[in-house]
Ligand binder design. Structure first.
Ligand code: SF4
Length: 505
């Protein structure tokens, strides 16, 4: 998972991109970069680490120009095999750029599932040698190759960009929300036809009366930077903003096909953006993230009431696992009429556990990250609420931690349904074997975690929580649920592994 941003049409471009990257930091903490362009050429700063460490104070002056793109990176592909090779990660830090044609820079959020084949084709057919193991570089090459072919004898126009994006859509399989800078032209942004990852476009009237354009992974960036007319870039859509201030939009027509399998493009936004990844201030597909999390909590309350009525649990207190689960936990405690207590205190200087890239680092981070308030836990039956259970590492340690404080019983509630299958589209849900819910029943998961009871959100309740606010005029959201039900939108039914009929929730 990553965050992308682009600003065009203001001398403040790099400053705004820098501020935007800080707002998108939760989407990636491995590395960050900004690329700008002016009459003197390209300027860039890229490095491993957090935004505040990568960019020195004078960055906005160094990164001159009226157009800028930026990226925060969370590596799921092309990871260094061990920490000693961290330097080898540097070439994978985005934005990427190439000098031909025009001078093109690119920042990408997502993951391609056919990267190996694309990479081989680029070498053998296009005679382009990738410099990294990054799928983002493959997208850049596909796009540049098409643009170079089309504009050999004519000046660059919007229709060429449409065809170049169509070329990406035809060849790349997976998720991609992309911001591209083209020297002498402007910025463009496009999303894969399934729209797995978010991307918005917005406009702002500057003091000189001209309009600047913003692209960003989350709408909260546009709000913070005083942009209005905030709209989602639609699945498959290309939006181009020129240096002259014009904006063009189109969804290039393509028949998606891999071999003989023709796919129909469908909007399949990732459910996990609402559950965990996106900022609570963000709105996507007409669904405010905060509102979705409130509904996740309310929906869970119905299940918990049934559990209590059936005598399977008797919680005294609702305790969120910070940070993401807070909003749903508040709604849950309100519905249940139970006290809400923040008694797992977060050490704010430890990175998000889920986002750390090795099991060893994750184990240590859990111990350091949360300290319990023992006096508030002793003798209570504790309902712990987390956004999800992935490997089970965090959940197991937290349950043990709460028990060690003298809790009478510990129940564990997940605002997401059971994650049983890997994600192919950029979230680090690992192999089947690493997922605690894979091939396990709920009773087996309770044993594995050491919980007195585990309750998951149902898939129907999840989907109902991710619907637009009534009256907003936005269409029904049909999210990607592949990590729950194995129905990968880019994988044909024939290619899907057979479900295990033994496992029921
Ligand atoms: S598989 Fe799961 S995490 Fe991955 S895009 Fe689909 S819903 Fe999101």
């Amino acid at each position: 998972m990553c965050g992308v941003i682009g600003v065009l049409g203001t001398s403040q471009a790099s400053l705004r991109v820098l501020q935007g990257l800080q707002l998108l930091q939760h989407r990636g903490q491995d590395a960050a970069g900004i690329l700008t362009h002016d009459e003197a050429g390209f300027h860039f700063i890229r490095n491993l680490g957090l935004v505040e460490n990568v960019f020195p104070k004078d960055s906005p002056e160094v990164l001159s120009g009226e157009m800028a793109i930026g990226h925060v990176r969370y590596s799921t592909v092309a990871k260094a095999k061990d920490s000693k090779t961290a330097l080898s990660e540097l070439p994978n830090v985005q934005p990427f750029f190439m000098n031909f044609p025009y001078g093109i820079g690119l920042a990408h959020n997502g993951n391609l599932t056919n990267f190996n084949r694309l990479s081989a084709d680029l070498r053998s057919k296009a005679r382009r040698h990738p410099l990294t193991r990054s799928d983002s570089e493959a997208i850049l090459n596909l796009f540049a190759e098409s643009l170079a072919d089309q504009t050999r004898d004519e000046p660059l126009a919007f229709r060429h960009l449409c065809e170049a994006v169509a070329a990406v859509h035809r060849q790349a399989v997976g998720s991609y929300s992309v911001v591209v800078m083209i020297a002498g032209y402007g910025l463009i942004a496009f999303r894969d036809p399934h729209g797995f990852r978010p991307l918005v476009v917005a406009r702002r009237k500057e003091k000189d009366g001209k309009h600047s354009t913003l692209f960003a992974s989350e709408s909260t960036v546009a709000q913070f930077l005083d942009y209005s007319e905030i709209q989602d870039v639609r699945p498959g859509e290309l939006v181009a903003a020129t240096l002259e201030g014009e904006v063009f939009r189109a969804i290039p027509k393509v028949t998606l096909g891999r071999g003989d399998a023709v796919q129909t493009p469908e909007n399949r936004p990732c459910m996990f953006e609402w559950v965990y990844f996106a900022s609570p201030q963000t709105e996507w597909e007409g669904v405010p993230v905060y509102n979705a999390r409130i509904h996740l909590g309310r929906n869970l309350a119905r299940q918990i009431k049934n559990e209590i009525a059936a005598g399977r649990m008797q919680p005294d207190v609702v305790v969120p696992v910070p940070e993401t689960a807070r909003i749903a936990s508040i709604a849950l405690s309100e519905e249940l009429g139970l006290p809400y207590r923040e008694v797992l205190i977060k050490n704010r200087y430890i990175s998000r556990t889920f986002i750390l890239d090795t099991q060893d680092k994750r184990e240590k981070a859990v111990q350091l990250k949360l300290s319990p308030v023992e006096s508030e836990i002793r003798g209570k039956r504790v309902l712990l609420v987390d956004d999800s259970i992935v490997r089970g590492t965090t959940s197991k340690k937290l349950i043990a931690l709460v028990r060690a404080c003298g809790a009478k019983e510990v129940y564990f509630v997940s605002t997401a349904p059971a994650i049983r299958h890997p994600c192919l589209y950029g979230i680090d849900f690992p192999s089947n074997e690493e997922l605690v819910a894979h091939d396990r029943s709920v009773a087996q998961i309770e044993d594995a975690l050491g919980a007195d009871r585990v309750v998951y959100q149902t898939t129907d309740d999840l989907v109902s929580a991710l619907q637009p606010i009534p009256g907003s005029g936005k269409p029904e959201v049909k999210p990607c649920l592949a990590c729950l039900n194995r129905e990968y939108p880019t994988v044909t039914a024939v290619e899907r592994p057979t479900p295990n009929p033994e496992v029921t929730l």
